[in-house]
Design a binder for this molecule. Structure first.
Ligand code: ADP
Length: 336
């Protein structure tokens, strides 16, 4: 199944594209990373060379693709989008690399899922802008060197721990994107509300921000559902009240902390089936019928961040706050 942070369909994808900031100045939050990227791009511009390769890690929806687009936009170069799962053979990568124009920005999403053979080709390409193409088999096999146009690779991963060191070492700049603060999400929402033509009083804006799991993509998606709700239930002149926000988000199973059905299913299994843990990741994943990778890269980081889940050497454990949120006492009875 698709990770739930992905846009649901083509229309949503188009809207998501329209809401993307086009410059570093418009990009909200991640102040440190923004400053670092700015320096990297400015230096490259002054020296008239492509910027160093950039590795962005962090949970889905925090702005990795957007930053790649901004890098291309600010260096006034074209952007090529690809992804690890699309590169299953060295040949796929050779075709991609040899077609780049000078200075082009190559974005590889989920770079940790690229084929091993392609990874090795990428090392040389990143370092020397050169690849070796193998022709023939057995004793007669030879490799033909091929020069590439200099390019900037922007790699994105939700699992930086899964990247082999030789690959990680070849990025000149590595940044980990953090979840956004509510005030930052409010800025994202305010900007998107203007673009979507939704009148959103400050309280409603804060309510959506508080339920967005620290994630701009989710903030924008919840805003669109609130917009839908007002379009159907309000008259066109009215603003989205806090009741409208609550009603819309309840309809979509987003609770007051922004946890959705999968978050709650994981907590529920951890607490009721495994008595608060510790339980292994794979066992937990099977219990909720979801891929371990999704649990680890999407669900857990936020539950850990809000202090609902702990990771111990023996497995995942639920915290006191998680019990309280589900309304379960530590001794297995419902809280009275
Ligand atoms: P990722 O590649 O990390 O999954 P994206 O770059 O696709 O995330 O971002 C998802 C959506 O969230 C985009 O539509 C973008 O408009 C919005 N977004 C992400 N980060 C920011 C930000 N810092 N400021 C404004 N909007 C953002």
């Amino acid at each position: 199944s698709e990770p739930r942070e992905r846009a649901e369909d083509e229309t949503e994808l188009a809207v998501e594209g329209a809401l993307r900031p086009a410059s570093l100045a418009e990009f909200v939050g991640q102040t440190k990373v923004r400053g670092q990227l700015q320096l990297l791009l400015d230096a490259a511009r002054i020296q008239q060379r492509p910027a160093d390769h950039i590795l962005l890690s962090g949970p889905p929806g925090l702005g990795k693709t957007t930053l790649a687009m901004i890098v291309a936009h600010e260096s006034e170069k074209p952007l090529r989008l690809s992804s690890g799962p699309a590169i299953q053979h060295a040949g796929d990568l050779a075709a991609l690399l040899s077609s780049l124009v000078p200075g082009e920005v190559l974005f590889i999403d989920e770079i940790h899922r690229m084929a091993r053979s392609a990874e090795e080709m990428l090392y040389l390409a990143m370092e020397d802008f050169r690849i070796d193409i193998m022709v023939g088999k057995g004793a007669g096999a030879t490799s033909i060197p091929l020069d590439l146009a200099p390019f900037t690779l922007v790699g994105a991963t939700t699992r930086s721990g899964m990247l082999p060191n030789p690959l990680r070492d070849r990025f000149g700049f590595t940044a980990h994107l953090e979840y956004y603060e509510p005030a930052e999400l409010e800025q994202v929402i305010a900007r998107s509300a203007v673009m979507l033509g939704v009148a959103l009083p400050p309280q409603s804006r804060a309510e959506i921000a508080g339920r967005s799991r620290g994630t701009p993509r989710i903030a924008n998606r919840l805003l669109r559902r609130v917009r839908d709700y007002v379009v159907v239930h309000g008259d066109s002149s009215t603003a989205a009240s806090i009741d409208d926000v609550s009603a819309a988000l309840t309809l979509y199973d987003v609770d007051d902390l922004g946890l959705d059905r999968l978050d709650r299913a994981v907590l529920d299994a951890l607490i009721r089936r495994f008595r608060g843990g510790p339980v292994g990741l794979n066992t937990l994943a099977v219990a909720v019928g979801e891929e371990a990778d999704t649990i680890e890269s999407v669900v857990e980081p936020y539950l850990v961040r809000i202090g609902f889940m702990g990771r111990t050497p023996r497995g995942r454990v639920a915290t006191r706050d998680a019990y309280a949120h589900l309304g379960v006492s530590r001794h297995d009875g419902a809280l009275s």
